[in-house]
Write a protein that binds this ligand. Sequence first.
Ligand SMILES: *Cc1c(COP(=O)(O)O)cnc(C)c1O
Length: 429
Amino acid sequence: MAILAIKGGTPIRTKLFPAYNNIGKEEKRAVMKVLDSGNLSQFLGAWHKDFYGGPTIQKFEKDWAKIFLSKYAITVNSNTSGLFTAIGACGIKPGDEVIVSPYSMSASAVAPIIYGAVPVFADVDYDNFGLNPESIEKSITPRTRAILVVHIFGNPARMDEIMAIAKKHNLYVIEDCAQAPMATYKRKYVGTIGDIGIFSLNYHKHIHTGEGGVIVTNNDNLAERCYLIRNHGENIVEPKGVKDAINTYGYNFRMTEIEAAIGIEQLKKLPNLIEERLKNAVYLSKEIAKLPYFIPPVVEQESKHVYYQQAFKFKKDIAGIDRNTFINAVKAEIPSAILREDTPLIGAGYVKPLYLQPLYQKRALHCSFNCEKYKGHVDYSKGICPIVEKLHFEELITLEYMRPGMSKVDLNDVIAAFYKVAQNINELK
Ligand SMILES: *Cc1c(COP(=O)(O)O)cnc(C)c1O
């Protein structure tokens, strides 16, 4: 029997895995063209043809809408600002509630707060980690106005059931697709199933422009309101003759021509990058899921998971050791960091369930849940979402070894590390 590296044995591999970098000569050339033009942003915060931005922004938006089969694609400077825009466009106001997921990047829960509304956390689905429809239904009150769904890790949430609930209760559905570009649910792109969808182009995502985001919608009214929120709507409503000016004031969420130029090139690469990710994820999953205590996520029928991260449930009762012990042993066998030590390629859970953040625990806000317009009693106690707490604190393992750029040899080293730990698991008991 081999000695595990964590017990002083020889590790499977010490050479770092390749960094994920998909920026190449195409992006450089496109950026130089914009720089040579001297026109780095053509947006004007007034009712003028440049209210919609310059030529590169408009081309990027057209390309995005064409690929994602949506009527509108509206660029913004981040997914976060896109989520704020979507909440504002839906007319959400103080006293309203929005159902959100506790297992997401913090922005998807904080977005309602920006408009004075209250995020209400529903629990996640034990098998696909997105919002659970039964828990959504239980969280609805007369104050609920919208459901903010997250396709977490790139796996589509249970949209048929979520859309049916929304229809029954007359709610907007906002899809946070930051981790799920080109993921499909029953052959439809996520983001185009609800009323409005938002993608991220930050550095960590499948494709990126440094920072950036794109909103998609097929709804003319929501699109008009997004354009207003993105670009100083208060200056526009009067000359444009907009009747409903609620929530249309105040922001500069505009993307620059440089980012749009990068985005156009990145978008061309997206389909192949997704295919490579998928191929790597399937290769890893086939071997790792042979270990009886690793349970892969359930992907809905006729749907496509695009693997921003690859998550497994780890069953400690079957393994005989706990999750963190297993992870630490794997980390000793192979490098677990590419970019920085604090962005591991293998991790215990994802983010702490969001309602446990001080913002909610200390109710550290003047309005929103402390607002006199709010007539509900939202609960942020530990234990309100037992599934997400069990997943996060005990069971979930997230991997990023399926990134494009990993060779067969690299992937085989990952598999070898898992198997070495599995075959010598008694050393860890
Ligand atoms: C990355 C991410 C965001 C935030 O995206 P930014 O573009 O950085 O603002 C929001 N939600 C989810 C699920 C994310 O993964």
